[in-house]
Design a protein. Structure first.
Length: 179
């Protein structure tokens, strides 16, 4: 059975799995002056796309945080924006996963890949998945498996996968130009 409660439990578990895990075994923000916390945010859209139900964790918004509607990735999307610093415990899931993204394949099996939106900002991208901490990659994979167990999260991941696939299409492909 899939209910919003189960979906919220999955979200909380995924966030907990990534509570302490970071892309490198040291503070990668020192490499880039925390570039993903500046400017346009990890989604390059002026904020981070919240997962379904995640807005409920920000009813009392921390200082500097704001939530706005944004349908650029998928209908009903909500973006969390910040002022470039936060308490680690308050980080949205998108920030905990960055520079990775959780996608669904045709069989709706989750998998993890470098998020193409990270290319303009993250110096870890050229090293690929192998350049990231194995513990971090494994925690994101585990979180992906947890999230994909509920229909609501799968619908979200499907929408995000479609968006990322469009970004990955070569510009010279006619359909790639129709964003
Ligand atoms: S941009 Fe990449 S290297 Fe820099 S803090 Fe963010 S995840 Fe770490
Ligand atoms: S919410 Fe925190 S981790 Fe995410 S972009 Fe803002 S400062 Fe960085």
């Amino acid at each position: 059975m899939n209910t919003p409660d189960l979906s919220f439990q999955a979200l909380e578990k995924a966030r907990a799995l990534l509570a302490d895990s970071t892309p490198l075994n040291r503070d990668c923000g020192r490499l880039c002056a925390a570039a993903c916390c500046q400017g346009e945010g990890v989604d390059c859209r002026g904020g981070m796309l919240l997962f379904p139900g995640e807005e409920g964790l920000y009813q009392a918004l921390p200082e500097g945080f704001a939530i706005t509607p944004d349908e650029g990735v998928l209908p009903g999307g909500r973006l969390l924006s910040c002022q470039g610093f936060c308490d680690r415990a308050l980080r949205p899931l998108a920030c905990r996963i960055f520079p990775l993204a959780i996608l669904l394949d045709e069989a709706e099996t989750p998998w993890v890949a470098l998020d193409p939106r990270a290319w303009p900002i993250c110096p870890l991208m050229p090293s690929g998945l192998e350049g990231l901490s194995a513990g971090f990659v494994s925690a994101v994979k585990e979180a992906a498996g947890v999230l994909a167990q509920t229909a609501e999260m799968r619908a979200f991941l499907r929408g995000q996968t479609r968006f990322i696939r469009r970004l990955q299409k070569p510009l010279w492909e006619e359909s790639g130009a129709a964003l």
